[in-house]
Design a protein around this ligand. Sequence first.
Ligand SMILES: [Zn+2]
Ligand SMILES: [Zn+2]
Ligand SMILES: [Zn+2]
Ligand SMILES: [Zn+2]
Length: 226
Amino acid sequence: MAHSERPRGKCIFCGREMTRGGLSRHFESCAERKKAIAAAEQGDAQRQQLYHLQVQDAWGGDYWLHLEVNGTATLDDLDYYLRGIWLECCGHLSMFTYGGWSEEIPLDTRLDAVLEPGVELTHLYDFGSTSETLIKVRKVRTGRPLTSYPIFLLARNNPPDLRCMECGAPATYLCLGCLYEDDKAGLLCDQHVQTHPHDDYGNPLPLGNSPRMGMCAYCGPSEPPY
Ligand SMILES: [Zn+2]
Ligand SMILES: [Zn+2]
Ligand SMILES: [Zn+2]
Ligand SMILES: [Zn+2]
């Protein structure tokens, strides 16, 4: 279903739904987030720099994440997270750079050594059919992390409202044959996928909430790794 509305997502703390930019501002004032931070401060986790990152697909704004990452975590931790929630199809190589295909930043680099407000990194996954992800530092605070993991998901875009090209029901599969050969959307519902004739690119793939849909053999599950 074609529409130009910007995708919204939910604040993990209070459940309010907003656009990417709306959430970015909202996190500064969210009362429930303040409570969560106050509760974490009662704990004994290591105090450190914590970075609010806005992550988005470089080729369109429809897929995005808001993350809070520990300064003591490494780029390797962030790579693992991005692979889990968005990218992993067949174990391709990946790297971080200061922008596009510029100099590679080693994966064992600690996040507090490269991140500061205003910094923007690029993550590249698969050097053939490359997924390019932009990572912007929105804010930094000093405190105790909200989780025992190195990365905490603040929000992500709601799954896009994709519709079967045959009947308009919610789409659950993508046919790469339609997409690559016929210049069609290739979106299919549970029913129409069963009678779809194409298999030049393998069977239609299950859809996921990820910018890698339609690239290589990506088929989800598009879930955060923790
Ligand atoms: Zn909130
Ligand atoms: Zn692949
Ligand atoms: Zn259908
Ligand atoms: Zn097809």
